[in-house]
Ligand binder design. Structure first.
Ligand SMILES: Cc1cc2nc3c(=O)[nH]c(=O)nc-3n(C[C@H](O)[C@H](O)[C@H](O)COP(=O)(O)O)c2cc1C
Length: 462
């Protein structure tokens, strides 16, 4: 059987502790240097050497919800505080790379859609069309309070907000400027043709935006759209909008269910099933022998912080596990979750539907279920299992950075290449073209494209 290649995405964040708890204390990681440019330049050079498709920056705009009654643990653990703005960083990374896709997370809460659309267009121009946007709705209570709200919105209302936000930015990216509006005609003295640049006059409950978009269309117009929620509302949103979905499922079988279901919803929404690429979050520990890989895993585990993990999970779910006995059942709490619902749902699924899962199960599950330890060949075998479940690519999480990425690029990628599972060199073009083999811009079946030409006045009859 000829397999398609696996898409390779590197998962990181502009902070000391992303999802690798406690390892910032080690000598073999550059996590504590995140505020400087050099470790990032080293990282992107490694990723291009390994022909990774993209690097994806997670982001939050507030503290995780309380752990053990407060947020001291977050500060002590470096748990996404301090946390710097990825959008500012990636401009420098675009200049240092030629092919790597660069995906930034931005919440509908943090940036007005008018200024966000302009920022993304600017980055897409500067990078030659290599920008992606991970659309998030900010599940954290503190992020809502940082932006003038008294509390986070209820789970499903956040997705309604994202729908409204997406409509505004789509109008700006796709509709405000017609193709060919930027003429740059030196002889006639016409930089852009006013007949082909339009105001959008958007009015909705949260936003009134007159337009026009202040940036001319970038190579992709709309950046490649990613999303990462797998609740019912999250899947429905992904089915309409996402071109890439970051999943973090506990097994290939669980991944298959999410993927099949979401692809079905996409088809029902008039898109092709293959229009969405699914990236499974995985951690990989590579050794030249299985023994060596296990020894490395044990060494990495010796710096693991369980407190860091629990604070992160409590804080994103919105239920304080601090001080609770580790045999406390948590499955029944799923319906009360107003934060990240899929975390507990995933645990229940992994336990075969049992709802008596405990905090201890949660810790074990998070550490083990998505981790592959072995030789490059064993890792490639495991990746094939995920691929057989419908996964298009992986979202590689580090334990140490850039070490985890370098080991993958230098030891696993060659095996993947030999099996036809990784590219030997980059194909030309924008991130969208590289990922899909199709066009630089979205297909007409995507809702954003409904706005293309929508503001162009109908021709006047002679
Ligand atoms: C792999 C992955 C990465 C995520 N990255 C972010 C992020 O950077 N910022 C953020 O606010 N939420 C992030 N999330 C949370 C999702 O955007 C979403 O809010 C969450 O999964 C809950 O959605 P759900 O309740 O629909 O499952 C991420 C989730 C996953 C699975």
């Amino acid at each position: 059987m000829t397999r398609p290649r696996l898409l390779l995405n590197a998962f990181t964040m502009n902070t000391a502790t992303h999802v690798s708890y406690g390892t910032w204390r080690r000598d073999d990681t550059r996590q504590t240097e995140f505020h400087t440019l050099d470790p990032w330049l080293e990282l992107v050079a490694i990723l291009e050497r390994g022909t990774f498709d993209s690097v994806f920056f997670a982001d939050v705009v507030g503290l995780y919800d309380d752990y053990d009654g407060g947020w001291d643990t977050h500060v002590t653990e470096g748990l996404q505080i301090p946390n710097h703005d990825p959008a500012a960083l990636v401009s420098a990374l675009a200049a240092a790379t030629e092919h790597l896709g660069i995906v930034i997370t931005s919440s509908v809460l943090q940036d007005h859609p008018f200024s966000f659309a302009r920022k993304i267009s600017t980055l897409d121009h500067l990078s030659g069309g290599r920008i992606g946007w991970n659309i998030v709705t900010s599940a954290l209570r503190n992020s809502a309070r940082n932006f003038g709200l008294s509390d986070r919105l209820a789970h499903d209302s956040r997705y309604e907000w994202a729908e409204e936000y997406a409509e505004v930015v789509y109008k700006l990216w796709e509709g405000s400027w017609d193709d060919g509006a930027l003429v740059r005609d030196r002889e006639r003295g016409i930089h852009a043709d006013p007949a082909r640049v339009h105001k959008i006059n958007h009015h909705s409950p949260r936003y009134s935006v007159e337009g026009p978009h202040l940036s001319a269309p970038s190579p992709q117009r709309t950046p490649v759209l990613f999303q990462a929620g797998t609740s019912a509302a999250g899947r429905a949103f992904a089915a309409r909008h996402a071109e890439g979905v970051f999943i973090s499922q506990g097994s290939p079988e669980a991944a298959r269910e999410v993927i099949e279901h979401t692809r079905g919803l996409a088809a029902a929404a008039g898109r092709a099933r293959g229009d969405i690429k699914f990236f499974q979050g995985l951690t990989v520990i590579v050794g030249s022998s299985e023994y060596e890989a296990r020894r490395k895993a044990a060494d990495l585990d010796s710096s693991f912080s369980e407190t860091g993990l629990l604070a992160h999970r409590s804080g994103s779910i919105g239920i304080d596990f601090g001080g609770l006995p580790t045999d406390t059942p948590i499955g029944d709490l799923a319906d009360q979750v107003q934060g990240t619902r899929s975390a507990i749902e995933g645990l229940i699924r992994a336990a075969g539907g049992r709802t008596d899962v405990t905090i201890a199960d949660f810790v074990r599950h998070k550490q083990q279920a998505t981790r592959i330890v072995g030789t490059p060949e064993q890792i490639a075998d495991e990746l094939e299992r995920w691929q057989d479940a419908g996964v298009d690519g992986i979202n590689l999480q580090y334990l140490v950075t850039p070490g985890s990425f370098a080991e993958f690029a230098d030891h696993v990628v060659p095996v993947l290449r030999a099996r036809g599972l990784a590219q030997h060199e980059y194909s030309p073009g924008t991130l969208r073209r590289k990922l899909t083999g199709a066009d630089n811009i979205l297909p007409d079946t995507h809702p954003a494209r409904a706005w293309h030409g929508a503001f162009t006045p109908a021709p006047v009859a002679p």
